[in-house]
Design a protein. Sequence first.
Length: 270
Amino acid sequence: MRSDEFLRDLDLFPAARQHRLLALRHYLRTADCDACQRVGDAVQLAFTAARYDELAAADELLHTAEQLAAGHDAHRRSDDDPGHGRGRVDRWAATSTPLLAATDASWKGRVGGLGYVVTDGRYGLRGRGTGRLDPTGPSRVLVNELRAVDFLLTAYDEPPPGLAVLLDSLGAVEWLHRWQAGETGMPAGYRLRERRWATQPTLLRLAAQVAGRPDLVFAHVKGHSGHPLNEAADALAHMARRRRVESFDLRPRAHDLVDAFLRDWHTAAV
């Protein structure tokens, strides 16, 4: 559900219901958690019922969504991040446009991590594992580099016009440019079977999104060359991978790391 649709259809509900729907809004963008997906589905159905003036049914579905969300929160581990790995260093929020971002992925054995950072202080990190149904295929490094870009772009209701994204993977940049040009292929071995946890495969969603956004810029940056944004994204991806197998306080470490690299970036940019 797009941001403009959500805000438009919010008026279908009484004012007393609108603040409850706003509290559940982020579940409409979540695709990597079965429980979150069920909450989002209930919210979507509530909007559908309201469009047909079935306000009693819409109210029941809203109540269901709230119960599912409360149950999910109650069973979430205390060290899980309710922002699904996303955060922001607020003091960089007023940075001038155009925005510049960097993404990266890390992989070791059967455990990986994704990371991104934006010059306006936004950042994200997420761990990944593999299992019997893992659809990645043999192009594991490439696919996860592209998943990191999707992780960045889905942080926004709509990615801001002119957003530039730096990647240290030439192969990933090539695929992004091919999709922007209208090609529909996928990396070798990436399986497109139906997903249980999302409406469509991540790379299909990414390909469709960048095909409609020729204003988005994807550029290569040499890895481990001291570029502050690339180093920050790399560190976040490594941190997310390590957190899959080690116990440490992830959120404050990530916040401080991003703040330090962005301080370097903005100081050099002055």
